[in-house]
Ligand binder design. Structure first.
Ligand SMILES: *[C@@H]1O[C@H](CO)[C@@H](O)[C@H](O)[C@H]1NC(C)=O
Ligand SMILES: *[C@@H]1O[C@H](CO)[C@@H](O)[C@H](O)[C@H]1NC(C)=O
Ligand SMILES: *[C@@H]1O[C@H](CO)[C@@H](O)[C@H](O)[C@H]1NC(C)=O
Ligand SMILES: *[C@@H]1O[C@H](CO)[C@@H](O)[C@H](O)[C@H]1NC(C)=O
Ligand SMILES: *[C@@H]1O[C@H](CO)[C@@H](O)[C@H](O)[C@H]1NC(C)=O
Ligand SMILES: *[C@@H]1O[C@H](CO)[C@@H](O)[C@H](O)[C@H]1NC(C)=O
Ligand SMILES: *[C@@H]1O[C@H](CO)[C@@H](O)[C@H](O)[C@H]1NC(C)=O
Ligand SMILES: *[C@@H]1O[C@H](CO)[C@@H](O)[C@H](O)[C@H]1NC(C)=O
Ligand SMILES: *[C@@H]1O[C@H](CO)[C@@H](O)[C@H](O)[C@H]1NC(C)=O
Ligand SMILES: *[C@@H]1O[C@H](CO)[C@@H](O)[C@H](O)[C@H]1NC(C)=O
Length: 574
């Protein structure tokens, strides 16, 4: 049935071989705009349509811009679409995620898959501004329209409208299947989860990496390491932190059965390795002018920018105070009643958010507040139009947790993005591929797992654990990427990374081939070029002694070490 349908489409495409120039006209696009009232709440403005052939080096496409307003509102949302040539079109629509506070501004990501792609201005000129620049009209005054558009609505509307335009553009039936994909990492991962949660029926295949989705907790967590250092009154030189991480990697690397520079089992490291054993180990780092890239959670203009800072030579040995800081950071935030408020980065992940600032006047190390956390707290929690917190004076762990709570509650239906009932997506056949680097130093790896766990419990309340795993894996699969950092490989651990997720997803959606492992490739180190078919959660990798083969094993104690509850909050945290 599926195949013959595909074959028919292919036949139709060849038979009606219109050229790109034939269809890439303003009048053709105008003729396929949905009339007002068809898409509830979306009124197209025909006079604003533009369309022109763009000659790309690979293949030409039709560059279209349409503008709509929300019924009765008088706002303006500009959406760009890139339509491949009719001969290249494969009945697909593709949405790419953005990053930081920016939605993707590039509509061409789908062309390589024969897919139409889109990008939206989200009603706040998201092509030129990042959302954090517009979230406040002024002190105390939230731009809720931008918040909901950035949160989930802009992408959902772009996709819904884009699929209607796609059918019209290629003269397909109004109910013709357009396979619809989403792919993104970091905030792009969050955006993908927002689509699964809010616009589930629109998507067939969604790939989300390291989603920064439990927004309230996630953004505030960035200042937790600095608060730990202030509270314990010890600011470890970056070289000491770096040595702690390197020595942990060296110690835990073999626990997974192969010494390859990669901690494939941070759970075994967490369960068996004592950080205190590193006290006294010497470290040395030469003087340097370091350039840090940050994680892009900043204004669009500076998202790719970098900051340079001077560090003197550091020569010392790991202290008990340094270890106490690392232990507290990896343990995660707890309130003054010692109730857990959130999880943390996995042991062996870099402690980037904990790197102190060097003060050359006093030749000492002091508090650093990463902009990822500082700006979130000023703008989204305190509602002050400031780019950074000036200090953590008088701030306690309880204060930090109250910031998390304020953010969670205030943006529960916009940014929090952890709604766990995915029935609409699942019941219309959607497939979700979710992955996370096991040594992510920005978005904690366990935060993804906590959501997977929430979905499993909410969707399958009445069946056994084993049955719920089997049912869930039919449409939602989760993979940990050994050693990987935030949305990419890790310079400290030369591990595998998945490079062809779209191929896997297209086979799953269009070919009915349900994956059971995830294809990943090692791109550096002694095992460069090695393919690793990664284990699907909750199975964990274990290398067979003396061979380059690993098994996917069930290890309850390891799995248990990834599971958290957050009693510091009175409401459930999904
Ligand atoms: C649809 O509504 C918009 C906004 O009110 C208006 O500009 C446009 O002309 C309407 N389209 C048609 C075909 O009437
Ligand atoms: C784009 O390429 C087509 C032929 O493929 C050519 O006719 C057209 O002039 C080109 N347009 C521009 C703007 O270069
Ligand atoms: C926004 O950016 C686009 C291109 O990225 C540009 O064409 C447009 O003029 C800009 N709009 C404003 C208001 O700056
Ligand atoms: C940790 O390892 C990295 C990568 O090998 C290296 O660049 C860095 O200098 C090491 N840090 C210390 C303190 O030795
Ligand atoms: C770092 O920058 C300073 C000032 O520009 C310069 O004096 C110093 O030599 C640089 N150090 C290194 C290691 O590049
Ligand atoms: C670091 O300090 C130790 C002991 O103070 C000394 O022996 C060593 O030479 C120093 N290393 C460097 C590279 O300066
Ligand atoms: C934010 O402010 C703190 C405290 O003044 C400072 O340590 C930190 O470097 C600032 N961060 C950024 C990104 O400006
Ligand atoms: C917003 O509040 C901050 C902090 O109190 C203040 O510095 C700033 O001037 C205020 N901005 C305006 C426009 O009032
Ligand atoms: C911290 O608390 C002290 C004592 O209550 C107070 O004097 C000071 O102004 C506070 N600092 C800030 C930044 O709120
Ligand atoms: C794995 O991905 C690579 C690209 O990274 C691709 O060349 C290879 O064919 C894929 N292997 C499988 C088994 O899918």
């Amino acid at each position: 049935m599926r195949l013959s349908r595909n074959a028919l489409f292919a036949l139709a495409a060849t038979a009606s071989a219109a050229s790109l120039a034939d269809v890439c006209t303003v009048s053709h696009v105008k003729s396929v705009l949905p009339s007002n009232g068809t898409l509830l709440g979306i009124d197209l403005i025909p006079s604003a349509v533009t369309a022109s052939v763009y000659n790309a080096s690979s293949s030409n496409y039709c560059n279209v811009a349409v503008t709509y307003t929300h019924t009765g509102k008088g706002d303006n949302v500009v959406v760009k679409y890139a339509f491949p040539s009719p001969s290249d079109f494969k009945n697909r629509f593709y949405v790419a995620g953005g990053g930081g506070f920016s939605l993707s501004s590039d509509a061409t990501g789908g062309l390589e898959y024969g897919a139409v792609g889109g990008a939206t201005s989200a009603g706040y000129d998201a092509f030129n501004y990042s959302y954090d620049e517009v979230v406040l009209y002024g002190n105390g005054s939230i731009n809720w329209d931008a918040t909901h558009m950035f949160g989930y609505q802009a992408l959902g509307e772009m996709t819904q409208l884009g699929k209607v335009l796609t059918r019209g553009f290629y003269s397909k039936a109004t109910d013709a299947k357009v396979y619809t994909y989403y792919e993104g990492c970091s905030d792009g991962g969050r955006e993908g989860m927002s689509q699964v949660q809010r616009w589930g029926e629109e998507y067939d295949g969604v790939i989300t990496g390291a989603p920064a989705f439990r927004f309230g907790q996630q953004q505030v967590l960035h200042v937790f390491p600095g608060l730990v250092e202030q509270t314990l009154d010890y600011y470890p030189p970056p070289c000491e932190l770096s040595k702690i991480v390197n020595a942990t990697i060296a110690a835990c690397d073999p626990l997974d059965g192969r010494t390859d520079g990669v901690v494939s089992r941070t759970d075994l490291c967490k369960l068996t390795f004592d950080l205190k054993s590193l006290i006294g180990e010497p470290y040395y780092c030469a003087e340097q002018n370091s350039t840090s890239l940050g994680f892009g959670f900043s204004k669009r203009q500076t998202a790719e920018g970098s900051t340079t800072s001077y560090q003197p030579a550091q020569n010392g040995s790991i202290t008990a105070e340094g270890i106490a800081v690392a232990e507290a950071i990896y343990n995660g935030p707890h309130n003054s009643n010692n109730e857990r408020a959130y999880l943390s980065w996995q042991i062996a992940a870099e402690l980037s958010d904990g790197e102190p600032t060097y003060n050359s006047d006093t030749d000492s190390w002091g508090l650093n507040i990463p902009s990822t956390g500082g700006e979130y707290i000023t703008k989204f929690v305190q509602l002050l139009d400031l780019d950074n917190l000036s200090s953590l004076d008088n701030v306690t762990y309880d204060t930090l947790i109250s910031w998390m709570e304020t953010g969670m509650v205030r943006y529960l239906d916009s940014l929090q993005t952890t709604f766990p009932d995915l029935s609409a997506f699942q019941s219309t056949g959607g497939k979700l591929l979710h992955y996370h680097g096991e040594s992510d130093p920005s978005v904690p790896t366990a935060s993804s797992l906590h959501y997977w766990q929430s979905v499993r419990k909410i969707m399958y309340p009445d069946v056994s654990y084993k049955e719920s795993l089997a049912s869930l894996a039919e449409w939602y699969q989760f993979y940990l990427i050994p050693g990987a950092a935030h949305c990419g490989t890790n310079t400290l651990q030369p591990g595998p990374y998945p490079e062809d997720n779209m191929a896997t997803m297209i086979k799953w959606v269009e070919g009915g081939v349900t994956p059971s492992r995830l294809n990943a490739t090692v791109s550096s180190g002694d095992y460069e070029g090695e393919t690793q078919m990664l284990c699907q959660w909750p199975e964990r990798p274990l290398w067979r002694d003396g061979s380059d083969e690993f098994d996917c094993v069930t290890d309850e104690e390891s799995v248990e070490s990834w599971i958290y509850e957050f009693p510091a909050f009175k409401v459930p945290v999904y």
